[in-house]
Design a protein around this ligand. Structure first.
Ligand code: GAL
Length: 661
């Protein structure tokens, strides 16, 4: 990242699709980019058909000219391998490159993303193109970053994928006996006697084997990763000094980003919050923290966001004035070294003709473009933030295989969802201005005073042992319901639950009891103060832990709802229900006190104000519509305005300050 920001400061720009425009427009683009402070553009994401109009042909002339113009203007290029959208000729001549859905239907060209990740023909064609692209632009002064594919997530159920799945399964389970054992095929007469019988989870009359689906999810992520790696290796071999990224989509279910991120030189993300979601600032912060954490805390890049409205929700509300700036600075505050958009110039045609852009159809003399320019200019003032870390003492555990297994059909309740639980446990930390890293369950936790596990349905013995050792060594652990239930094959661990965490939690259970949805679950803290929860309860008993809250109604009246256990030098909490936000905030406060962790400010920031420290800079972001006043411990300079502030700072609606002592 340093090579990207050195001499440039924070990166600012967007996807640039010059192939949609006649050449005279390009010169105007570049001039307007300079005026807007753009210093990085992503070029070529969907340009396969333009570069290779027919099989084997190469037309790089236009790209030479575009890159030349950008280089002259000092604008760096994030050059994409255009392999996310093969041209129609590929699917037409080689229907096997087109993906097949779980019903066996082939998906056609005419949109984008139509490829089978396991197709050797697709792979060969893609790599041939990537090789020529890399050879052509190696050493080009504009080339600063490689962007492999786009938003990987394709899934294909074809016969070629089935063959690749079998090879993957052989690696994982050895022989058919191992597969039958892992998949539990004595259930419903599913025994496999020949590898040829083993297929992806295709459309079937009733619930499909959950381990077959879990392994399939693992395989699909790995198959795409193998393709990403193949492209990356071609690039690395030809342009060793140029960093490589691919744009993630945050908490995107099909891709196990913990396995992908170490394969990148720089982690980047695309982020399109839903303006109708009242919690979107919290969800954004969680997503940004995840992206930073995927890169091990190093700076990351916000590669795509909308300048205003998107076009792909049913009803697309524009961003309020100031929102573009607020959302961009939120990413910077949480470790991004650049804030880029989809896209530079709004398309006139195609499926995204109504998607906002940095340069709208109405041209540069617009409210939106004025905001873009002003923001580009003010990002220059934050140059010193580039490269700075966002240190955190709280870890939030998230695991993709556990997510896949937990949300499989046929469970006690589909009202319990992994992203919802992550957000529920993250929100009170965000509200207190407490910095959080996301971590996989296998992460070393010694640097964290508090570790929060909203849900870890599937856990390996080693990871459960590591969590136990963490607590005994002095860590504070909070574990949410329906955790520690299954082993890595998704088989239920027998005995009282959560079997592998029972000792450290000092409690165990015997029944998961989803609650009627028309009534709250009533609970009370030990001092009798009532609170409400919802959806989920468990029949538990304390085995050394102190019940800090109990259920107060129905068959579970008097039985523990929240437990706290001193184990070794640490403390472990278990939460057996879904407490309403206020109660979870109370619980979080107690766990933070156990861990001795405080937030970015001496006290919690006012409602809707986000407080986060990046290096020496304290960012305060007001996501609310009302003015908010934040007392300050020390005098500081607002890097965004140069103003000196002392005593307190008053933030208007959607205002941001970046305070350096
Ligand atoms: C992203 C994609 C972009 C564009 C954008 C529109 O998913 O990478 O190419 O389609 O969405 O919001």
């Amino acid at each position: 990242m340093h090579t990207l920001t050195a001499g440039r400061g924070l990166l600012f720009g967007g996807d640039y699709n010059p192939e949609q425009w006649p050449e005279p427009v390009w010169a105007e683009d570049v001039e307007l980019m300079r005026a807007a402070g753009v210093n990085l553009v992503t070029v070529g994401v969907f340009s396969w058909a333009r570069i290779e109009p027919e099989p084997g042909a190469r037309d790089f002339g236009w790209l030479d000219r575009v890159l030349g113009l950008l280089a002259e203007a000092g604008i760096a290029v994030d050059l994409a391998t255009p392999t996310a959208s093969p041209p129609p000729w590929l699917g037409h001549r080689n229907p096997g490159t087109l993906p097949v859905d779980e019903s066996g239907h082939r998906l056609w060209y005419g949109a984008r993303n139509q490829f089978c990740p396991s197709s050797p023909v697709y792979r060969e064609r893609a790599l041939a193109l990537v090789t020529d692209l890399a050879e052509r632009y190696a050493g080009h002064p504009a080339l600063a970053l490689w962007h492999v594919g786009n938003e990987y997530g394709q899934i294909c159920h074809c016969d070629v994928s089935a063959e690749a799945f079998r090879a993957w399964l052989r690696e994982r389970h050895g022989d058919l006996a191992g597969l039958n054992e892992a998949w539990g095929t004595t259930f419903w007469s599913q025994r496999y006697g020949d590898w040829a019988e083993v297929v992806p989870p295709r459309r079937a009359p009733y619930l499909v084997n959950p381990t077959q689906k879990l392994d399939w999810a693992r395989f699909c992520s790995d198959a795409l990763l193998a393709h990403y790696r193949a492209e990356r290796d071609v690039l690395r071999a030809r342009t060793p000094g140029v960093p490589v990224t691919t744009n993630f989509m945050g908490l995107f279910k099909p891709v196990d980003s913990w396995r992908w991120a170490p394969e990148e030189d720089l982690v980047s993300n695309d982020w399109y919050p839903d303006p109708a979601d009242p919690l979107f600032p919290v969800r954004a912060a969680l997503t940004h923290d995840l992206t930073r954490s995927l890169g091990g805390g190093r700076p990351w890049l916000l590669l795509e966001q909308a300048a205003s409205a998107v076009n792909w929700r049913p009803h697309n509300v524009p961003k309020a004035a100031g929102q573009l700036r607020l959302e961009s600075l939120q990413a910077v505050a949480r470790g991004a070294d650049g804030s880029c958009y989809f896209q530079w110039r709004a398309s006139r045609f195609g499926a995204e003709r109504f998607h906002s852009a940095m340069l709208p159809h109405a041209g540069p003399g617009t409210r939106l473009h004025a905001e873009v320019r002003a923001h580009g200019a003010e990002l220059r003032r934050l140059a010193e933030v580039a490269g700075q870390p966002v240190p955190a003492r709280v870890a939030l555990v998230h695991d993709w295989p556990s997510w896949w297994a937990m949300e499989e059909a046929g469970r006690p309740s589909d009202r319990l969802g992994v992203p919802d639980q992550l957000l529920a446990y993250y929100r009170p930390l965000w509200e207190r201005g407490v910095a959080v890293d996301l971590v996989p369950p296998s992460a070393g936790l010694s640097g964290y005073a508090l570790t929060v596990v909203p849900n870890l349905y599937l856990v390996s013995d080693e990871d459960a042992e590591a969590l136990t050792a963490y607590v005994r060594g002095g860590g504070v652990l909070v574990v949410g319901p329906f955790s520690g239930v299954a082993d890595p094959n998704g088989h239920i661990r027998t005995g009282r639950f959560p079997a592998p965490l029972r000792d450290v939690l000092g409690a165990s259970g015997e029944e998961w009891r989803p609650a009627p949805e028309d009534r709250p679950v009533r609970c009370a803290w030990a001092d009798g103060t009532p609170f409400e929860a919802r959806t989920w309860t468990e029949l538990l008993r304390a085995e050394g832990a102190e019940p800090v809250a109990v259920f107060t109604e129905g068959e579970l009246a008097g039985s523990p709802a929240v437990l706290r256990h001193r184990a070794g030098a640490g403390v472990a909490w278990y939460v057996a229900t879904l407490p309403h936000h206020d109660a979870l905030a109370e619980l979080t406060g107690r766990a933070l006190a156990d861990a001795g962790v405080s937030g970015a400010l001496p006290g919690p920031p006012p409602p809707a104000v986000e407080a986060v420290r990046r290096g020496p800079v304290l960012f305060l972001l007001n996501h609310g519509d009302r003015e908010a006043r934040v007392p300050l411990a020390e005098p500081a300079e607002d890097l965004l305005t140069g103003a000196r502030v002392e005593g307190a700072v008053t933030l208007g609606a959607r205002a941001v300050v970046a305070l350096r002592p």
